[in-house]
Design a binder for this molecule. Sequence first.
Ligand code: C2E
Ligand code: MG
Ligand code: MG
Ligand code: MG
Length: 283
Amino acid sequence: DTAMYKAKELSGGNCQFYEQGMDVRTLDSVRLENDLYKALENNEFVLYFQPQMDVRTKQIFGVEALIRWNHPVRGMVPPLDFIGIAEETGLIVPIGEWVIKTACTQLKHWRDLGYSIKMSVNIAAQQFKQRDLISVVSCALEETGVPADLLELELTENAIIQNTDMTINMMKQLKSLGVKIAIDDFGTGYSSLGYLKNFPIDTLKIDQTFVRDVTGDSNNAAITDTIITLAQNLKLDVIAEGVETEEQIEFLLSKDCHYMQGYHFSRPLTAADLQKQYFIMQS
Ligand code: C2E
Ligand code: MG
Ligand code: MG
Ligand code: MG
């Protein structure tokens, strides 16, 4: 039984038997891991796209690509249920490569239709440590002919605190390709602010945990306000994520943050739905 075998592997050789009380989630995640190995070749991943809006002009200026796993039995599995496993097993590297290629191909398709928007792609910490990330990105750009500055890579603070020399090097090489770099979930990591002056960063994304309570919790309001000011003073773009209400929009606009992303504007959409809702199609 493969699940049994995996359980043995995971326990470091001490065979564990299924007994009453065994952690169901452990077993479940072992099954999920086995399925994950086959998911790429079975073509089970899909990208959804969430609009990023310039609220001043009411225009869509970009989308964030968000992966989903269309599991044959479980249905749509959200990324938080498998990205962790993908990181632990190293599968995030080929999966992440698929994401970059697929996002660039989609971008090319939209550009061919006359819609040139920015594409944001999430890069996992482990993916960022791979030297060949540079060639994966440059190949995807070359093969699709998409202008590099339409591709933005979203990194988390936790991905960039480790191994500073290598991090700076990697960032510089990515920047030399012409791509943009955003810090995702800004303010939630364990890093100091010092990296902001050393790293070639274009955009700060205010984490949704701050945005969520921005009108009800004065601490979250203060943090959001401070991140916006920090970005403005460092001449970085700033985008708020998780925007759901008019009150949040008003607060953000009053602080001069006009790039926003969230359910208030749209949930992540399939490429077809995004096209239908945001691009006027010539027939
Ligand atoms: P993230 O990059 O911070 O993405 C934002 C998440 O917030 C997305 O969840 C999005 O659907 C959700 N969201 C957007 N607007 C709202 C809102 O107004 N309210 C609420 N409650 N949520 C909102 P999703 O798609 O489930 O992705 C979760 C996380 O999984 C992402 O967080 C990212 O860290 C990771 N992820 C997604 N796609 C990829 C990928 O292709 N590669 C990697 N490495 N990670 C990915
Ligand atoms: Mg993101
Ligand atoms: Mg985020
Ligand atoms: Mg997040």
